[in-house]
Design a protein around this ligand. Structure first.
Ligand code: ATP
Ligand code: MG
Length: 311
């Protein structure tokens, strides 16, 4: 049974070893680490025991084989990840700065994952309870169409849609981008913004008014991530704040995806939102304490142990 499905990029990530290292000069990098926002999300969902599948494409290369093997080893159904012999697996290079900013060079839109075909969804969408859209995967009109079509299929069959916008000002400047994202927002049940993403998305500076707008578009739950400050939760009836756990941050990449996947998976398994948010904060805190975006995903037993040891 596949309860949770996502689509988009699986990629090989390389991290600069020095803080403030330039991506424009020779330097030392660690990697390849498995990465890609939807890949981290689905890895975390599988580790929590839900049937979880990913729709993607990799090249016929060592990165692709590493990624598929890693997802499969963590329990992800990889039957809808196709190998494209003429394409190269996506990759990313990242460097961290003192002020917490990150610089990326992505080979995603020009990577194998850009070649997902609509029929790849056919084997995994039946019975899907939650379809997750990562904003990072919406890099072309083709990918936006795939997201819209899969969301419609899942909703028509009674499932829900989660959406982590990961939107930036530059993304919204592209022609048609705002309308496309608003279309997806109106299909979203669980919204997972961070920082000022929701404000950008609905073009409203005031947080509470931005939330009202999202709820009016049909969103039923919002878990608003705020790094070391934890998260806020809105469902139209209640507003709650949940402190994050105190940890020392080693690598922030992937925290949002581990958090979102934990919240959505446990909600799909029937857990109350207030409890699922504690687990989600624990998953985000665990993710930032480990180097490598997917190295920070956790099993339920690991999250229970983390919560016990952190009060
Ligand atoms: P990403 O970089 O993956 O896109 P994001 O911006 O979507 O991340 P964040 O708000 O950075 O999401 O992190 C998600 C969650 O992870 C937070 O709500 C919090 O629970 C946890 N978290 C993030 N950073 C820290 C930290 N420094 N200490 C403790 N918990 C953290
Ligand atoms: Mg994010």
């Amino acid at each position: 049974m596949t309860d949770i499905v996502t689509f988009g990029e699986v990629l090989a990530e390389f991290m600069a070893l020095e803080t403030n290292q330039s991506l424009g000069a020779p330097g030392h990098f660690a990697g390849p680490f498995p990465g890609g926002a939807p890949a981290i999300f689905i890895d975390q969902a599988a580790k929590l025991g839900s049937g979880a599948a990913m729709v993607s494409c990799v090249g016929d290369d060592a990165f692709g084989r590493m990624l598929v093997e890693r997802l499969a080893a963590d329990g992800v159904d990889v039957s809808a990840i196709a190998t494209r012999p003429d394409a190269t697996t996506a990759s990313a290079f990242v460097t961290y700065h003192d002020d917490g900013q990150r610089d990326f060079i992505f080979n995603i839109a020009n990577g194998a994952c850009a070649e997902i075909a609509p029929r790849q969804f056919d084997g995994v969408l039946a019975g899907c309870k939650l379809f997750h859209i990562a904003g990072t995967s919406l890099f072309s009109g083709h990918m936006i169409d795939l997201a819209r079509q899969a969301a419609d299929r899942v909703k028509a069959a009674g499932g829900r849609v989660s959406f982590d916008p990961n939107v930036r000002k530059e993304t919204l400047a592209r022609s048609g981008a705002r309308q496309a994202l608003t279309d997806l927002l109106s299909r979203t049940d669980i919204l997972l913004p961070s920082d000022s993403e929701l404000n950008l998305l609905v073009d409203i500076d005031d947080d509470e008014q931005a939330v009202e707008r999202a709820l009016a578009l049909g969103v039923s739950e919002i878990a608003w991530k705020n790094g070391s400050h934890g998260c806020r939760y809105y469902d139209g009836a209640t507003v709650t704040h949940h402190e994050s756990f105190a940890v020392s941050e080693v690598d922030p990449t992937g925290a949002g995806d581990s958090f979102g996947a934990t919240f959505c998976t446990l909600r799909t398994q029937g857990m109350a939102a207030a409890d699922a948010l504690v687990y989600a904060n624990a998953a985000g805190a665990t993710a930032v304490s480990r180097r490598g975006a997917m190295e920070g995903t956790s099993t339920r037993a690991e999250l229970d142990a983390f919560i016990d040891s952190h009060g």
